[in-house]
Design a protein around this ligand. Structure first.
Ligand code: FES
Length: 147
């Protein structure tokens, strides 16, 4: 009988020690990874397929993922494609296309950009980064400008 109690007690001790160890590791590991991030730099994508031809209606926009940041593709009412970084130059909110005004709007502090990416009202201090747009077959390709 006493042997059984001893076995249960040692099993409970083992489980509690293991749980405590796991808890400590689960707490410390993310802190260490935050303090010492991996050496590998983030891969930078310079070209991406932002949409398919025919996916957007005229006078509309689409947010796409460009690496780790959002981009915005606008199909103007005149039938042109324009692409920009969708990261507002004020406090980095994601902008959106506003079809009623035909411009790009940041809802965070009512910042506005025209369809060249230029900041036209509100607090954004600088234009959106403009990207090049090309159509290859059925794909709309967006590229970062170099140089
Ligand atoms: S973050 Fe866009 S206007 Fe402030």
């Amino acid at each position: 009988m006493e042997g059984k109690v001893k076995t249960r007690r040692s099993l409970l001790n083992w489980l509690l020690t293991g749980s405590l160890g796991t808890l400590i590791l689960a707490t410390i590991y993310p802190i260490i990874r935050f303090i010492y991030p991996p050496d590998k730099p983030e891969a930078v994508r310079n070209t991406i397929v932002a949409a398919k031809v025919g996916e957007l209606e005229k006078n509309s926009g689409k947010i796409f993922k460009f690496g780790t940041k959002p981009g915005i593709l606008v199909y103007t009412s005149g039938g042109d494609y324009r692409a920009f970084s969708a990261v507002c130059t004020h406090l980095q909110c994601t902008v959106q296309y506003e079809p009623t005004r035909g411009d790009i709007w940041c809802a965070c502090h009512n910042g506005r950009f025209d369809l060249t990416g230029r900041n036209i009202s509100g607090p954004p201090p600088s234009p959106l980064e403009a990207y090049d747009v090309a159509i290859r077959g059925e794909e709309i390709i967006v590229s970062r400008r170099t140089g």
